[in-house]
Structure formats: structure tokens, C-alpha cells
Design a binder for this molecule. Structure first.
Ligand SMILES: Cc1cc2nc3c(=O)[nH]c(=O)nc-3n(C[C@H](O)[C@H](O)[C@H](O)COP(=O)(O)OP(=O)(O)OC[C@H]3O[C@@H](n4cnc5c(N)ncnc54)[C@H](O)[C@@H]3O)c2cc1C
Length: 355
């Protein structure tokens, strides 16, 4: 059976981002790479959005970028600017196409459907398939979104809506998220932060239809695309071994308070690429410990006080949006952390330290 220097398990966002980073930095000229990916074909299945706080290789896959956003709670809306860190949406279809085209040019890179097809004994492995402990206490960000097209101009495409909490909360945390790609096209998502043992929240189609038709008052539209997912708001099991690194969601690249992962994956890929010659001895790349601690407290508050969360998110963004964006994107300094923390209800958060 064939052997390879490197193996990437899972050719999704993290696996392909890493392979691309290695390829464009000429790290695969004299090394071989096998990518293990079971899917039969690549097509658009996700819309990755984030504040651009760091550079990445996929500006040409960005569908739309915004400098303005809003947050709503019942009877109140906050309009905010993000000119310093525009919010970008990457089309996964364009992303897969760009990377696969590039990777196919290098004969040292091979694709397989199953790891049993190769000899992996002497390879260095980058694994992006998470091992998730089933625990009913775990929180998830689960969501469903549809891209819709209207006949007439309807959306203001200069501003996206990050969170609209003016909706049925069902004793949980629920909001709608709207990305207007043009005046006639938008992605509208229903998003829940909750445990997954409650299937009553999964009537996503009904929630979206009701929001579009009765909240936005839009009757004439057609659905052109749908995506659904669940992001674990807890770290997957990570077994430390000498010849293996976990990447992507499996590698703890999700910011637990927000679900944002894409840009962390890009930074992790750059880090691995920079250290690839000495990878087995390189220090593990992690989202900063302070964010791990603060997110843990934040999620405890969320778990115990779901009814308080719309106001907490709303208040948080009353600090300068630039500061909050840096905080949520793991780029804040000590003083910026403090200014976000001071916007939180102190008693609720202090109590959460002792749950
Ligand atoms: C619908 C959706 C929307 C999201 N939107 C955002 C967003 O807007 N912003 C953001 O920052 N994050 C977002 N995320 C979170 C995160 O960025 C994505 O989940 C991202 O795809 C994670 O990359 P990954 O490589 O870890 O996982 P994936 O992209 O899921 O890649 C894992 C790959 O492993 C393959 N695989 C599965 N089983 C095996 C196996 N046994 N052997 C080999 N391969 C296997 C899968 O087919 C898949 O291709 C979103 C997640 C989802 C699900």
C-alpha cells in the first residue's frame, strides 16, 4: 500500500485550507500528501462569515462584504459600523473549486475516500474529523438558513443583521440572522443556542417562513438554497499523539461563545505551514486561554439565564463595535477585554463562576 509524508483526514474547510496553504508555500514540492475525503462531489454547502480581523487566502471567494450591521431586541435596534473590520461572507462552492483546482496541479497530492486505502503508519496526520462526546448537558449552536430571491428590490444590502432577538425564544436563546447579498437576494437563518435534547426547536422551515412572511412582511419570494448545521459549543475530545494534530472544529478552532471558526482555521493553517519542517515538536496552536476561560463563564451564564441573553448581547455591542469585534475574534488587548466585561451584568457573571 502507498505511503505518504502527510495525511489530511477530512477535505472540508480545515483540511483543504491547510493543503492549500502548504501548496502555495511550496511545502509539497518534495513531500507527498494524501487527503481522505468520503464525499462524492464538492458543492456549496456552507456560507462562512466573519469579521476580517486577519488576512486570508480567499478574498476572491467572498460573496459580499459589509461595513454596517444591526442588532435587534424587541422594540430596540442598534445600528453599528465595522469599517475597520468588514464582515465577509465566503461562498463554500467557490472555496472548494479554487482549492481543488490548485491541488490537482501537484502530482504529490492524492485523494482517497477511506484511510484504509493507504498505509498511514509512518505519516504525519492532520485530522479534521471531530470525536464528540455525547452529553446532553452540552450546548450547541444549531441553525438553518435559506437563500431567497425576491422579484422587486427589498433588502438594504449595505447593512446586515447580526442578531434579531425579536422572535419566539421558547425559554432558550433564539435569533434570526440576515445577510443581504443584494437588494433582491439574502440568506436568512434561524439560530438557536441550546442543548440538543429539545427537538421542538427544529421546526426550522416553519420558523423561517413565519419570520419572512410575518416579521419582514415579504410574501413574494423563492428559496434558491438551503443550509443547515450544528456547531458544538464545547471542545471535542483531543488525544495528544506524537504524529497527529487535530485541525478545524476537531482541533478546537471554534470560538465557543460565537461559533466562529473559519478565520481561526486560516490562522492555524498558516501556523502549521510555518512550522511544517519541525511539526512533531511544535507547540500546539490554541485559541488564547483567556478566551477559553471567558467563553466558559459566558456559556454558563447563557445556560442558566437564557432569558437574559438578548439584553446581554445588545448591551455588549454598546461598547465600541471595533472593541467587541476584536474581543469576539480573539484579537483584543487587556483594556479592550475589560471594557467588554464591564458591560456584562456583574452579579450574574460572578454567580456563574460558582455554578
Ligand atoms: C452550515 C454551517 C455554517 C457555518 N457557518 C460559519 C460561519 O459563518 N462562520 C464561521 O466562522 N464558522 C461557521 N461554521 C463553523 C465552521 O467554520 C465550519 O463547520 C467548518 O466547516 C469547520 O471546518 P472543518 O474542516 O473542521 O469541518 P468540515 O468543513 O465539516 O470538514 C470535515 C470533513 O471531514 C469529512 N469527513 C467526515 N467523516 C470522515 C471520515 N470518517 N474520514 C474522512 N473524512 C471525513 C467531511 O466530509 C468533511 O468534508 C459553520 C458550520 C456549518 C455546519
Amino acid at each position: 500500500m502507498k505511503e505518504f509524508d502527510y495525511i489530511i483526514i477530512g477535505g472540508g474547510c480545515a483540511g483543504l485550507s491547510l493543503a492549500y496553504e502548504l501548496e502555495i508555500n511550496e511545502k509539497l514540492k518534495d513531500k507527498t500528501l494524501a487527503i481522505i475525503e468520503p464525499r462524492k462531489e464538492y458543492k456549496k454547502d456552507k456560507t462562512w462569515s466573519f469579521w476580517k480581523v486577519a488576512s486570508h487566502n480567499f478574498d476572491d471567494c467572498v460573496k459580499k462584504s459589509w461595513d454596517n450591521f444591526s442588532i435587534n431586541i424587541p422594540k430596540n435596534t442598534n445600528h453599528l459600523q465595522c469599517t475597520s473590520y468588514p464582515y465577509q461572507s465566503v461562498d463554500s462552492g467557490l472555496f472548494y473549486e479554487k482549492i481543488n483546482k490548485k491541488l490537482k496541479e501537484n502530482k504529490n497530492i492524492s485523494f482517497f475516500k477511506n484511510i484504509s486505502e493507504i498505509n498511514s503508519k509512518n505519516s504525519f496526520i492532520f485530522n479534521s474529523v471531530p470525536s464528540l462526546k455525547k452529553d446532553y448537558r452540552n450546548l450547541w449552536q444549531h441553525f438553518c438558513g435559506v437563500e431567497i430571491e425576491t422579484q422587486n428590490d427589498f433588502f438594504d444590502d449595505q447593512i446586515f443583521n447580526l442578531m434579531d432577538f425579536d422572535c419566539d425564544q421558547r425559554e432558550s436563546v433564539h435569533f434570526f440572522y440576515t445577510l443581504p447579498f443584494s437588494k433582491t437576494r439574502a440568506l436568512i437563518e434561524t439560530t438557536w443556542l441550546s442543548k440538543m435534547n429539545d427537538s421542538s426547536q427544529k421546526d426550522y422551515d416553519h420558523q423561517i417562513k413565519d419570520y419572512i412572511e410575518n416579521h419582514l412582511n415579504l410574501k413574494n419570494y423563492k428559496i434558491t438554497y438551503k443550509e443547515e448545521g450544528a456547531i458544538p459549543l464545547f471542545y471535542p475530545i483531543y488525544e495528544e499523539t506524537k504524529n497527529k494534530i487535530n485541525i478545524g472544529t476537531a482541533g478546537g478552532m471554534t470560538r465557543l461563545s460565537t461559533g466562529y471558526t473559519f478565520l481561526n482555521i486560516q490562522e492555524h493553517s498558516k501556523y502549521i505551514c510555518k512550522n511544517i519542517e519541525n511539526i512533531s515538536k511544535t507547540k500546539k496552536f490554541e485559541i488564547g486561554k483567556k478566551y477559553q476561560f471567558l467563553d466558559d463563564v459566558f456559556l454558563r451564564v447563557l445556560d442558566k439565564n437564557p432569558e437574559k441573553m438578548p439584553d446581554i448581547f445588545f448591551e455588549m455591542f454598546k461598547t465600541s463595535p471595533k472593541t467587541v469585534i476584536k474581543f469576539l475574534s480573539n484579537k483584543s488587548n487587556f483594556f479592550e477585554d475589560l471594557s467588554v466585561i464591564f458591560k456584562m451584568p456583574k452579579f450574574t457573571f460572578i454567580k456563574a463562576l460558582f455554578y
